[in-house]
Design a protein around this ligand. Sequence first.
Ligand SMILES: Cc1cc2nc3c(=O)[nH]c(=O)nc-3n(C[C@H](O)[C@H](O)[C@H](O)COP(=O)(O)OP(=O)(O)OC[C@H]3O[C@@H](n4cnc5c(N)ncnc54)[C@H](O)[C@@H]3O)c2cc1C
Length: 396
Amino acid sequence: MKIVMIGAGIAALEAAEAIRSRCQDAEIHLFSREKILPYRRPALTRMISQATTDEQFFLHPETYYREKRMQLHLGIEAASINRQHKTVFLSDGSSTGYDKLLIATGGRCFIPPIQGTELPQVITIREKDQLDTLHEYIKNGTKNIAVIGGGLLGLEIADNLSKLDMNVTVLEACPAILPRQLDEEGAAILAKQMNASHKVKTHYGVFISHIYGKDKVEGIQTQNEQNISCELVIICAGLKCNIEIAAAAGIDAGRAIIVNEHMQTSDPDIYAAGDCASFNNCCYGLWQPAKEQGNVAGANIAGEPLEFNHNMYGARLNAFGTRLFSVGDIGQNDGEYQKVCSKDDLKNVYKKMFFKNRVLVGGIMLGDVALAPKLEKAVAEGYTLEQCDSAGLICR
Ligand SMILES: Cc1cc2nc3c(=O)[nH]c(=O)nc-3n(C[C@H](O)[C@H](O)[C@H](O)COP(=O)(O)OP(=O)(O)OC[C@H]3O[C@@H](n4cnc5c(N)ncnc54)[C@H](O)[C@@H]3O)c2cc1C
């Protein structure tokens, strides 16, 4: 059986591993647009300000792919799929046939339709070569950087830039910090800590009018007439799933490629997993579900009918000298919530759990995330208050 994978991120690699562990004679080919060995994408944020070893950055050394007999084709983009002839056409002019195909093309950063985004100094950080571009600008004297988007990624990027002594301004359209991850009280505590660092200026509730500059970026004009002078703009405005190759081949896709619980698309010989896939209307955009979906896709390709179960995946932030973990429903929906809160103002620790009908539905940990895995499990399994207490989640 010949298996072709488009993309070589974590979803594809997990699938390849799941296939090889079940099927020794499968021929496995991974095609990656990127020219370097598959790596841990979340490390890119930290690498803005810190050096990383190859062991920390790359998922596996080159020898791994040889030993596992996975044929890695780097720097080759899949251009189109002919489903009738079960063939993928490649950017180097060649083509390859398949028995089963996995689309694991991930996503890219969404670029809002703002005038000026076409300027070369407007960048995103999704792939390693974009990080290299950022470092090049900094080496050549860039000092003032605006980050459009104050979500988890934007804040982590801003924090890392500030560690390089850049002057950083974050611009966010929402009126509060991380509204999907923090309630009002938690947001106020995090805002206080961010302001105390004095390194990153944040503007919430602002809409961008345009990015200006003749041939290079000179600044950003907001709709409320604020003028932010900068030489570089980094856009972190959310995920745009790479669906184009699937959609052009007539595979069902909306915002992402639609898959069933086996990660199978509308074509039974084609699977999709990770950031490019949508299961039950949900596209996670997170490392752990991409990994789990890859494993499920691989198992199914190898003939084992594993199912992907929607899990509760928490969001994490590690920035501004603090850590945040947030999971589930943190009080944003209709209905009555019972809340259990504990705080230590001196240590800037804030924890809150949200119950509905006596069942834990969500929680926030700010400043101390040691019990985050326990909280994630408790929300996933719908613990009662008494169960949370026995698990040591209720502070007294
Ligand atoms: C800077 C950054 C920080 C992050 N931090 C976190 C975090 O802290 N926690 C967390 O849970 N998640 C984080 N994420 C998200 C996480 O990295 C993704 O959810 C995960 O990498 C998705 O894996 P994937 O295999 O689906 O896609 P990807 O990792 O995007 O891999 C897809 C690969 O396919 C390639 N490709 C695309 N189209 C083609 C084509 N036509 N032909 C050939 N190759 C193609 C792409 O170039 C890419 O190499 C972060 C993401 C970024 C960008």
